[in-house]
Design a protein around this ligand. Structure first.
Ligand code: MG
Ligand code: MG
Length: 265
């Protein structure tokens, strides 16, 4: 059974294995999408692939039907697909991907009652050196989190490492969106920021074995400020129009470190 530590729900080894199974399905979806991405393909077609694989597995797409008080109508798709200056929560549509684009694909599923959530940023054809570096640094920030999560340490230590790494590279860390606890629900306590400031220090928490977290750095080439631009008020874009990248894993804190639940193993 789950154990509550404050408002954070710790998971049993059995529950973590169920989350790993959900994570494996997320990996299968992201791998399939990676194989389909090419110049001229639409994000709607990527969504159709995700929808089919999730349905065939008897699972549920977490994003489909989610409501947000700021947005017009429920989220209409199984994945989020966000192109170039779109950071997160982009809606798949009939736009075609062009040479040099970068596209963020975020996929969350619930399988047998437990959730997995992961995101990757893909290059479409050949991309500019700066875009390539953005992808490397954002993935690097996530890798740094995986390497540094240890039980009985404050999350803020990891967040600080991620922020310093990204800012040393000359990029920005998005503040308005953060990672989250995950388990039976896609969004559980705590909030998992990719930076530190006074507010995040006040809300900092100790990493404990059995804690399951979706860690998801969102990184911008320019300033980290974001806004909504489209009519639906779902798609989050950079205010200055600069490129953004996003990588995410679902992690479980273990007795001696961390286990990545969305690495497909
Ligand atoms: Mg996600
Ligand atoms: Mg997430």
């Amino acid at each position: 059974m789950s154990v509550a530590a404050g408002r954070i729900v710790l998971k049993s080894p059995r529950e973590i294995e169920l989350m790993r199974a959900a994570g494996r399905l997320v990996v299968r979806v992201l791998d399939a999408i990676e194989g389909e991405i090419r110049v001229g393909c639409t994000t709607a077609s990527l969504n159709a692939t995700a929808e089919r694989l999730i349905r065939e597995a008897g699972a549920q797409a977490l994003f489909l039907g989610v409501t947000n008080p700021q947005s017009r109508g429920p989220f209409p798709a199984s994945i989020c697909s966000s192109i170039n200056d779109e950071v997160v929560h982009g809606i798949p549509d009939e736009r075609t991907l062009a040479e040099g684009d970068i596209v963020k694909v975020d996929c969350g599923v619930r399988l047998r009652g437990y959730c997995g959530d992961a995101a990757r940023t893909f290059a479409v054809g050949r991309i500019a050196p700066e875009a390539r570096r953005l992808l490397e640094v954002t993935k690097g920030a996530l890798d740094l989190a995986v390497e540094n999560v240890r039980p009985y340490q404050p999350w803020g230590k990891v967040a600080k490492l991620m922020q310093e790494y990204v800012e040393r590279a000359g990029f920005g860390v998005v503040r308005d969106f953060v990672g989250h606890g995950i388990g039976r629900e896609m969004h559980e306590e705590p909030k998992v920021p990719n930076y530190v400031d006074r507010r995040s220090r006040d809300a900092d928490f100790e990493l404990l074995p059995g804690m399951t977290l979706a860690v998801e750095p969102m990184v911008t080439v320019g300033k980290p400020d974001v806004e909504y631009r489209d009519r639906t008020r779902w798609t989050v874009v950079t205010k200055d129009g600069s490129l953004a990248a996003h990588f995410e894993h679902t992690l479980a804190v273990t007795q001696d470190g961390v286990s990545v639940l969305t690495d497909g193993k």
